[in-house]
Design a protein around this ligand. Structure first.
Ligand SMILES: [Zn+2]
Length: 358
């Protein structure tokens, strides 16, 4: 099952295995024999007699307390462009590590992880949900504390409708789908001991512009680590003044039940160990792709993905800036972790005015 030719009908999974082949061949030929990187299989998903891996790629320091960036894609199977961009970045990254000494050195003190295809059965089937019809971003055991939009906010009516949360009302984490559980375990293992951790979960399909969302999706309450998010935003604004991102709490756009990142953030905050865990979502605005090429509306995945090749390339180039910026941010955590309480308080007040004054 582990060779690219078994995935002729699933180009993203074939590319994932090709990246692993490239990584293994380069690791074998590394002059000092140092294997800096590896692919891990975190779990398996079975559908229609096939087994799909839930794979991660791990680079850098192995110490679980070192700062870590995790880039996640494909939670919604239809949103293939996210996985494609992550895999393309991963391929560049594997090549760069062969010669780019600044990058190699930065990995002495931090870790960069990729989890490119979180819902492989859904992606192979061209569906947003997993093979059981469950939306993995509505499936965590957490309810929104106010009214959410019907359907899109998550529901328990039928797996035949999109945004289905699953049937179990009170099963807790045991009731979560396999893909969501494996991802949650992976995040806990990799991020919860780290001094600073950032997750970037890549999605597409909503809005005219590219947004970076931070929690919460389940409540209007301010995000407790909003000062750190503002510190990161200021670094991005000052270093790349022409960047394209609107950074805001997810609840400015819509609220949902069952958000996995809210669930994990609240779980992490119970540890009260002073570590910072920032789960962010990149929501690529797909509506301009449709405006420029309305035929996309008639393609099964066209609403969520650019179709013309030049637009795919442009999407890749556009978001590499954010990925590279976050790599720098995790390697230089002291620039935004706000150890000085006065500065933290100052930014917190500023963030509340920016995002929470009504
Ligand atoms: Zn999505």
């Amino acid at each position: 099952m582990n060779d690219p030719s078994s995935y002729a009908d699933f180009p993203e999974m074939a590319e994932l295995y090709r990246c692993n082949e490239l990584l293994s061949s380069l690791n074998r030929s590394a002059p000092d024999g140092k294997a800096e990187a590896r692919m891990n299989i975190e779990g398996w998903v079975h559908d229609k007699g096939r087994a799909f891996p839930l794979a991660s790629f791990e680079f850098g320091n192995r110490d679980p307390s070192s700062p870590v960036l995790v880039i996640v894609g494909g939670i919604h199977g239809l949103e293939k462009i996210g996985s494609q961009i992550i895999l393309s970045f991963l391929r560049s990254w594997i090549r760069l590590l062969q010669w780019d000494q600044t990058l190699v050195k930065s990995l002495d003190a931090c870790r960069i992880l990729f989890y490119p295809i979180a819902n492989p059965a859904g992606m192979c089937r061209n569906s947003r949900s997993n093979a059981s019809g469950i939306d993995l971003m509505r499936n965590a055991p957490i309810d929104a504390d106010t009214k959410v939009y019907p359907l899109v906010g998550g529901h328990r009516l039928s797996p035949r409708l999109p945004w289905y949360r699953g049937a179990k009302e009170s099963a807790g984490e045991e009731g979560m789908e396999n893909e969501a559980k494996v991802l949650a375990d992976f995040i806990r293992r990799q991020c919860f001991e780290a001094k600073q951790s950032i997750v970037l979960d890549v999605h597409s399909g909503f809005g005219w512009i590219d947004r970076v969302w931070f929690p919460f999706a389940s409540t209007k309450k301010p995000f407790p680590d909003v000062s750190n998010v503002l510190a990161i935003k200021q670094l991005l604004d000052r270093s790349y003044p022409h960047h394209v991102y609107k950074i805001e709490p997810q609840n400015h756009s819509y609220m949902t039940h069952g958000d996995l990142w809210d669930y994990l953030y609240l779980d992490h905050s119970k540890l009260k160990d002073g570590n910072i865990f920032l789960p962010l979502c990149l929501e690529m605005g797909s509506w301009p792709w449709i405006k420029k090429n309305p035929r996309q509306l008639f393609s099964s995945s066209g609403f969520f993905n650019p179709i013309l090749p030049h637009r795919i390339k442009r999407a890749e180039r556009r978001h590499f800036l954010l990925f590279n910026f976050l790599v720098k941010a995790i390697a230089s955590g002291e620039a935004w972790d706000l150890a000085d309480p006065q500065k933290k308080h100052f930014l917190e007040e500023q963030a509340k005015r920016l995002w929470y004054s009504t």
